[in-house]
Design a protein around this ligand. Structure first.
Ligand code: ADP
Ligand code: ZN
Length: 643
């Protein structure tokens, strides 16, 4: 749910600047060459001919070039020039033919130098624009690019404490040691405590890793340096390493301190000696980081903290003992955690009496801290826009949907015919979602466009699922394909509206066959998918050799089978319930939003036990994991889904 717009913007700006400079350059060259009147270029032999026949006049003889007027084919006099050759007889011939000529001193070196100087200036300008100018926006001088851009926060301004971080009690507990140590390094040592050095916080984006690190600094009352690892590698080779060095130097001067590196995987990915040798700049930066990690003694009162959402791709050297050897998981919050996080953020706004944060927490499975902060913020904005005194339940509900799907687009005008297609498509999803046994409860269906979607069926999963069964995934494929199936059944024609559904279907089917071993024919196999984000040429090549062409064909067939049979099943469910389906389409067209209770009524079902009444599933036994090799979080199955 996060985006990297800022960085991209900056890139776009530099491209704009480059284009600008190229324009300036072309202009300069044109000006310098002053085309003025067009001179025809004559061969020297031709020129001599014209001299012999007196068809040239007003010559200027410069050291390298002779120019003047000549009589062209049309018999008119026009300017010309020719390259001068060593021709001692020329002057006597000119005199004999009574042609006027004058000599010109050699000043070509002046223009040469001017031209070169211009070039140099242009290059310096270009370099300055691309590499140094963006930094000035950060209020730093132009020549400081080797300095770390880390932001330092004084202990005195440190206002974030553990009170501000909710719902990750285990992580807080584990960080107590670090706080004790930072508060009094000497005492900690005397008591024989093993000195922590590097702490790796891992978890999905927005779960509060940065916030936790800041809170540790706040609790311990020490300086906090934060830098994003991606900043280290954005420029020239060598700068990243210099910045790492500078960051550590700054921290040492201000110890005790915490150095926090965000997105550690940006520099810390596994080094790979593939074809071409990998990414030099990143590797240099990583090496420098390792050197600094080994070089400082914990006694100096510095703790390095880092965050990543891909601990599995980190270079093993980074997480070895003595380096980032403490791994703390910061998971997406559970129901109670979400309620607590909402409470923390709701302190900043005035809540109406009808808002129950527990209910909000229930309706936001899969949301991380950043999403929840966003919900409260959006709700406050909505309430303010409507001139309300307090945030009401309706503001909260709208805010939740905004965070899931983007703002409503009521102004978008959709023709009645298209609306019919959209309604049928959505009701297809809804009916199949409601009538399959292993799917999450349908929350509502709407044809009010929101964000990118023209309409959507919203399913809210039951609280906190950690495992997904094959039946659930099969139902999911069926639900995803039901929109397209409905279009085909009702209109005998299919539209582009299903493209996102189809992408998701493909992704799920692939995953089932290739990663989860859920294909009957192929059995429990898991194939390397190489989804560690970075395409290394060498690694890519080697991956394709891990299975045979026969297996590849069988995989494709299994994926196709899954998709085809799910599509047939979706069509079957809709056809068998056609009357209810049609009625729901009409209701949806009329009301634009149909909620769970009414959906059930139309489908002639007993209302599904509402989420509030649903018994909480027993906490599943957490899968025991080796703490040494932290796994990436895979939260996808828990999110609220829109189709
Ligand atoms: P991460 O570093 O894991 O991507 P951040 O720490 O940057 O996430 O979280 C972004 C924002 O989300 C925080 O500034 C805070 O407002 C909110 N937030 C995230 N997690 C929590 C939490 N556990 N408690 C309170 N607020 C949170
Ligand atoms: Zn759809």
């Amino acid at each position: 749910m996060k985006n990297n717009k800022n960085q991209n913007n900056r890139r776009i700006v530099s491209v704009g600047q480059i284009v600008g400079w190229i324009a300036v350059f072309i202009l300069a060259v044109l000006l310098f060459n002053k085309p003025g009147v067009k001179q025809t270029e004559l061969d020297y032999s031709e020129f001599k001919h014209k001299v012999a026949s007196s068809e040239v006049s007003d010559l200027t003889i410069a050291p390298g070039v002779i120019s003047g007027m000549y009589k062209n084919e049309k018999g008119e006099f026009a300017p010309f020039k020719t390259v001068r050759m060593d021709d001692p007889e020329l002057v006597s011939q000119l005199s004999a033919a009574d042609i006027k000529y004058k000599a010109e001193a050699d000043n070509s070196w002046v223009s040469n130098i001017l031209f070169n100087v211009l070039w140099i200036f242009l290059l310096i300008g270009l370099w300055w624009f691309i590499f140094l100018r963006p930094q000035r926006n950060d209020g730093r001088s132009a020549m400081n690019f080797a300095r770390s851009k880390a932001k330092m926060q004084d202990p005195s301004q440190q206002t974030v404490t553990f009170k501000d971080v909710a719902g990750c009690d285990e992580a807080k507990e584990e960080l107590q040691d670090v706080i004790k140590f930072l508060k009094n390094p000497k005492k900690f040592q005397k008591l024989g405590g093993k000195l922590p050095k590097g702490v790796l916080l891992y978890g999905a984006p927005g779960t509060g890793k940065t916030l936790l690190a800041k809170a540790v600094a706040g609790e311990a009352g020490v300086a906090f340096f934060s830098a994003s690892a991606s900043e280290f590698v954005e420029m020239f080779v060598g700068v990243g390493a210099a910045r790492v060095r500078d960051l550590f130097d700054q921290a040492k001067k201000n110890s005790p301190a915490i150095i926090f590196i965000d997105e550690l995987d940006a520099v810390g990915r596994r080094r790979f000696a593939g074809i071409g040798g990998g990414h030099d700049e990143r590797e240099q930066t990583l090496n420098q980081l390792l050197i600094e990690l080994d070089g400082f003694e914990s006694k100096q009162g510095i703790i390095l903290m880092a965050s990543t959402n891909r601990p599995d791709v980190l270079d093993p050297a980074l997480i070895r003992p003595g380096r980032f050897d403490r791994h703390i998981s910061v998971p997406a919050p559970d129901l109670k955690g979400r309620e607590e996080i909402l409470k923390v953020h709701a302190k900043k706004v005035k809540l109406g009496a009808d808002v129950d944060l527990k209910v909000v927490a229930k309706g936001t499975p899969g949301f991380v801290g950043a999403d929840l902060a966003n919900v409260v913020n959006e709700a406050a904005i909505l309430a303010a826009r409507a001139d309300k005194d307090a945030v009401t339940k309706s503001d909260m509900d709208e805010a939740v949907e905004r965070v899931i799907a983007g703002p409503q687009k009521k102004s978008r005008i959709i023709s009645p015919k298209e609306q019919r297609i959209i309604a049928a498509h959505e009701v297809g999803h809804t009916v199949v979602a409601r009538l399959t046994n292993h799917s999450d409860p349908v929350h509502k269906v709407t044809i009010i466009p929101r964000g990118q979607a023209l309409g959507y069926t919203m399913q809210l999963p039951l609280e906190d699922k950690f495992l997904t069964s094959k039946s659930e995934l099969l139902d999911k494929l069926c639900i995803l394909l039901a929109g397209r199936a409905a279009e085909e059944i009702v209109f005998g024609e299919i539209t582009s509206g299903a493209s996102d559904d189809l992408n998701k279907t493909m992704a799920y089917a692939r995953k089932m066959v290739m990663e989860l071993g859920m294909s009957d024919k192929l059995g429990p196999i898991a194939l390397p998918t190489g989804d560690d984000g970075e395409v290394f040429l060498g690694r890519d090549l080697s991956r394709h050799h891990t299975y045979s062409p026969e297996l590849a064909r069988a995989i494709d067939e299994e994926i196709m089978n899954l998709i085809k049979s799910s599509y047939a099943r979706a069509k079957d469910i809709i056809t068998k319930n056609r009357a209810a389906f049609d009625k729901l389409v009409e209701t949806l067209l009329e009301k634009e939003v149909v909620e769970a209770a009414e959906i059930d009524e139309i489908l002639g079902l007993k209302p599904a036990a509402s989420q509030d009444a649903q018994p909480q599933p027993a906490e599943p036994e957490p899968v025991k994991e080796e703490p040494k090799a932290p796994k990436a979080e895979k939260p996808e199955a828990q999110q609220a889904e829109l189709f």
